[in-house]
Design a protein around this ligand. Structure first.
Ligand SMILES: Cc1cc2nc3c(=O)[nH]c(=O)nc-3n(C[C@H](O)[C@H](O)[C@H](O)COP(=O)(O)OP(=O)(O)OC[C@H]3O[C@@H](n4cnc5c(N)ncnc54)[C@H](O)[C@@H]3O)c2cc1C
Length: 388
C-alpha cells in the first residue's frame, strides 16, 4: 500500500489540471489513467476547443473561464507553449425558431454574462457581420455577438503541458493503468487498479464519459453519452480568409434548423483544413460501443446539409474527421461535487459539450477542495443533488 494526499483517476482535461494543481501545492499526488493522455478515446481530443468569457450556459460559469485564462497564460509564460489563441469569437442567432445550443436563450444569456462581468463585446447586425466576416452567409434577420477575447484552446497540448509539469513537481503519473474499484471511509480511500492498490486521503474521479461505469448503475441515469463528429474541410481557393486573424471561432444557431454549427479558423496550414462540427442528441452511446471512426457518408451529409449552405469558400473534400464523446446531464450543467456517500471522494463531470474552457480553474477548485476542504470558487450550481 502507498499513501497519497490525493489520487486523481482520469487524466484528461479535468484530471490533468487537477494533478498539476495538486502537485503545485506540494501534495503527494498519484494520477492514474487507463490510456496514455492526451488520447483520442474520450472527450478532450480534436485539435481545438472554443473558449468564450460571456458564457451562455449560465452566469456561474464566467468566473471559472476567467480564472482558466489566467492559468493558461501563466502556463504559456512558464513553458513557451501556445495554449490559448484569442482570435475573437462570433455567436450568430436570430429571433424566432433557431437551433438549440445547450440551454434556452443561449444568445441572450451570453449577452447578460458579458454585461455582468464587463466582458468586451459588440452586437453586429447582418450587414455588419457580412462586412467584417464575409464568409458567413447570414440572413438579414440574423445578429451577432462578437467577443474579441474569445478564441480557441489546444486541448491535447493543455493536457500534455499540465501532466509534464505535474511530473516535474513530483506527481506520480501512471498511464495505461485502470481503476477497478475504490473503498472509502470518512478520511481515507483505498483504490484498486489492474496494477496495484493505493491508499489516499482523497480521491478525485475525473473519468469523463466513463463516469457511469465507475460510479455504478445508481448514477448512470444522470449522465448520458452522445457520440459527436468533427470534420476538417478543405478551403476552396486561398486559405487566407480562414486564418485566425480574419476568421473567428463561431457558434451559429441556424434559423429554422434543428441543428446548429460551430467552427474554427484554419490553424494548421492548407492541409489542416477548417474544422466545423454540429451536435447530436438523438442517439446515446457508451465509451465501449461508440464507433470511433467517421464514415464518408457522415462527412458528405455534414457538408451538404450544414456547411455548404452557410459558409463560403469551403470545398467538399473532408481532409480529416474524428468522433468524440459528450457526457450530458439533464440541464446541460456540470457535476462537481462530493460523492453523496463518501466525503473523501470528489466527482468531476464538467462536460455537456462545454467544459474544456473551464478545466484549468476546475483543477484549481478541486485541489482546494481536496486539500483545504473548501474552495474559493462557487460550485453550488454543480451539485449532484439537483437531479434527485
Ligand atoms: C466534440 C466535442 C467538442 C467540444 N467542444 C468544446 C468546446 O468548444 N469548448 C469547450 O469548452 N468544451 C468543449 N467540449 C467539452 C470538453 O472537451 C469536455 O468538457 C472535456 O474534454 C471533458 O474532460 P474530462 O477530463 O471530463 O474527460 P476526458 O478528457 O475524456 O478524460 C477522462 C479520462 O478518464 C480516463 N478514465 C476513464 N475511466 C478510467 C478508469 N477506470 N481508470 C483509469 N482512467 C480512466 C480516460 O482514459 C480519460 O483519459 C467538447 C467536447 C467534445 C466531445
Amino acid at each position: 500500500m502507498s499513501t497519497f494526499d490525493a489520487i486523481v483517476v482520469g487524466l484528461g482535461a479535468m484530471g490533468s489540471a487537477t494533478a498539476y494543481q495538486l502537485a503545485k501545492r506540494g501534495a503527494r499526488v498519484l494520477g492514474i489513467d487507463q490510456f496514455s493522455p492526451p488520447h483520442d478515446m474520450g472527450s478532450s481530443h480534436g485539435d481545438t476547443r472554443i473558449t468564450r468569457l460571456g458564457v451562455g450556459e449560465g452566469l456561474h460559469y464566467t468566473p471559472l473561464v476567467m480564472r482558466s485564462h489566467e492559468i493558461w497564460r501563466a502556463l504559456e509564460a512558464q513553458t513557451g507553449e501556445t495554449l490559448l489563441t484569442a482570435n475573437g469569437g462570433l455567436i450568430i442567432s436570430s429571433r424566432g425558431h433557431v437551433a438549440f445550443t445547450h440551454v434556452a436563450d443561449f444568445f441572450d444569456n451570453t449577452l447578460s454574462a458579458a454585461k455582468k462581468f464587463g466582458i468586451a463585446h459588440e452586437i453586429l447586425n447582418a450587414g455588419e457581420i457580412r462586412k467584417r466576416f464575409p464568409l458567413f452567409k447570414v440572413r438579414d434577420s440574423e445578429i451577432g455577438y462578437y467577443e474579441p477575447g474569445a478564441g480557441f484552446l489546444r486541448p491535447e497540448k493543455c493536457i500534455r503541458v499540465q501532466l509534464d509539469l505535474a511530473r516535474k513537481l513530483g506527481a506520480d503519473i501512471r498511464t495505461n493503468e485502470r481503476l477497478i474499484s475504490f473503498e472509502a471511509s470518512r478520511d481515507s480511500v483505498q483504490v484498486t487498479t489492474d496494477r496495484g492498490a493505493y491508499d489516499s486521503a482523497k480521491l478525485v474521479l475525473a473519468v469523463g464519459p466513463w463516469l457511469s461505469e465507475v460510479l455504478g448503475e445508481r448514477f448512470a441515469r444522470h449522465f448520458k453519452i452522445y457520440r459527436q463528429t468533427l470534420f476538417w474541410f478543405e478551403t476552396r481557393d486561398s486559405i487566407a480568409p480562414f486564418l485566425p486573424e480574419r476568421f473567428p471561432v463561431f457558434i451559429w444557431a441556424l434559423p429554422e434548423n434543428a441543428k446548429g454549427i460551430y467552427g474554427f479558423p484554419a490553424i494548421d496550414g492548407p492541409r489542416g483544413g477548417v474544422k466545423i462540427a454540429s451536435e447530436q442528441y438523438e442517439a446515446t452511446a457508451t465509451p465501449q460501443s461508440s464507433e470511433r471512426s467517421v464514415s464518408s457518408r457522415e462527412s458528405e451529409e455534414m457538408y451538404v446539409n450544414l456547411v455548404a449552405p452557410h459558409i463560403e469558400s469551403i470545398g467538399n473534400k473532408c481532409l480529416k474527421a474524428a468522433s468524440c464523446l459528450y457526457t450530458v446531464t439533464a440541464d446541460a450543467g456540470f457535476v462537481i461535487d462530493r460523492h453523496p456517500d463518501h466525503e473523501s471522494v470528489l466527482i468531476a463531470s464538467p462536460c455537456s459539450g462545454h467544459g474544456f474552457k473551464h478545466s484549468a480553474a476546475i483543477g484549481e477548485a478541486l485541489t482546494q477542495w481536496a486539500l483545504d476542504g473548501k474552495t474559493d470558487f462557487d460550485l453550488s450550481a454543480f451539485g449532484l443533488a439537483r437531479f434527485t
